[in-house]
Design a protein around this ligand. Structure first.
Ligand code: GLA
Length: 389
């Protein structure tokens, strides 16, 4: 595997800053999701993978309570005490302090550390740089301080850090993918039982390409939390007749239809999308098993349509990029990816046509929005772990 140049950069910075080599060097990857969007917190299915956009962590334990952290890309630093964790206005330190906070809550008490981290996950692009940050640190502290946490415990702890310390009510997908990914495989995860399997992804002449809108509409996290509440409202309405419905996973599109007149229009639309998406992922999964990439790509377009028209988490930039591919036979599927309101689209593109597609999309996007399109071909890698391990 080609080594990320950030390994040298981050370890060199560690050495110059702290006058010693780091005791441990870890990589924490970002993630993609093939299909199954906004289903994780509804107990549904997702199909994510960890990718070759990653953060590198160079870390050593240190005496006392004071942690010193350097964010190499941001050229920023932060110091905090392990026994006094307070939310910072800077943003990024909260993902790290949130992890330490959750470890304390779980009765594990890692000591202080010196850390330099940096890498190539674009922030705000919907590739879960935040999950990479949380998972990377959790892994480091678990190793350095022999906390004995299992991988799944770390995944849950990182999600809780984001929910409680950062204040985003995210589901479990991002942390699961960043921590548990496997090279060349997608994870087929049931977010209710947390049962999962690795599915080797054979793209046979096709590749995964991300197109970054380079926009991040500020609505993002407040609307995300609103979507969760709307889903819960739908569950409460259906529960009156069907007490077994605890999550939208337990409902079907037909049940949602039955309650249409009792649901506010927004709640109906959200529940319709989620129940359809949960079914769609299962069909898509079957298509993948049969090696029907074309059929799978169609499902990606259907997901996008639902996110655009029913779940209302897309934006003109994402819609434009997806629309531009609809009549292009070299693209099997495209859709917005992640939470929405900006970030990337994910595309399945014929390898030999990718260059021409990038040129065409870049020009069209520039003309339409005056924004330079960034594109990232992605490779699926292992999840969080020691560099070289
Ligand atoms: C964000 C959240 C995830 C998931 C996706 C939407 O990435 O962090 O938990 O809900 O949005 O599928």
């Amino acid at each position: 595997m080609q080594q990320n140049p950030y390994v040298d950069r981050v370890t060199a910075r560690f050495a110059s800053q702290f006058g010693a080599q780091p005791q441990l060097v870890v990589r924490g990857p970002g993630r993609i999701n093939l299909i199954g969007e906004h289903t994780d917190y509804n107990g549904g299915f997702v199909m994510p993978a960890s990718i070759d956009k990653e953060l590198i962590f160079a870390i050593s334990p240190t005496e006392g309570n004071t942690c010193e952290v350097i964010a190499e890309n941001l050229n920023d630093s932060f110091t905090f005490s392990t026994d006094r964790l307070e939310k910072s206005r800077k943003g990024w330190p909260n993902y790290l302090m949130g992890v330490v906070d959750q470890m304390h809550k779980a009765g594990r008490h890692p000591g202080a550390f010196r850390l330099v981290f940096g890498g190539n996950i674009p922030t705000g692009a919907g590739l879960s740089s935040s999950a990479a940050l949380e998972c990377g640190l959790a892994f480091c502290l678990n190793e350095l301080y022999r906390l004995g946490l299992t991988t799944l415990e770390m995944v849950k702890l990182c999600q809780a850090a984001e929910n409680q310390f950062v204040g985003v009510a995210c589901g479990i997908m991002d942390q699961f993918a960043s921590m548990q990914g496997r090279e060349n495989s997608v994870i087929q995860l049931d977010c209710r039982s947390l049962d999962f399997n690795y599915f080797p992804l054979e793209l046979n002449g096709y590749m995964l390409l991300l197109c970054d809108t380079a926009v991040k509409h500020s609505l993002g996290s407040s609307e995300y939390n609103t979507r969760r509440q709307e889903c819960e409202q739908g569950v409460a309405i259906m529960q009156k007749k069907y007490p077994q419905v605890q999550l939208l996973r337990d409902a079907t599109p037909a049940m949602v239809e039955e309650f249409r007149s009792e649901m506010p229009a927004n709640v109906y639309d959200r529940c319709k999308y989620v129940t359809e998406e949960i079914e769609r992922v299962q069909v898509a999964s079957e298509l993948l098993n049969q090696n029907d990439l074309k059929g799978f790509g169609q499902k990606m377009y259907e997901t996008h349509d639902g996110l655009q028209h029913l779940y209302l988490v897309s934006c003109p930039e994402l819609d434009f990029l997806v629309d531009q591919t609809r009549d292009d036979e070299t693209v099997l599927g495209a859709r917005m990816m992640g939470g929405g309101f900006g970030g990337c689209t994910i595309n399945i593109v014929r390898e030999d046509a990718a260059e021409a597609l990038v040129a065409r999309l870049s020009e069209a996007y520039q003309n339409q929005f005056g924004i330079t399109l960034k594109t990232y071909p992605v490779r699926i890698t292992n999840g969080t772990g020691p560099v070289g391990g």
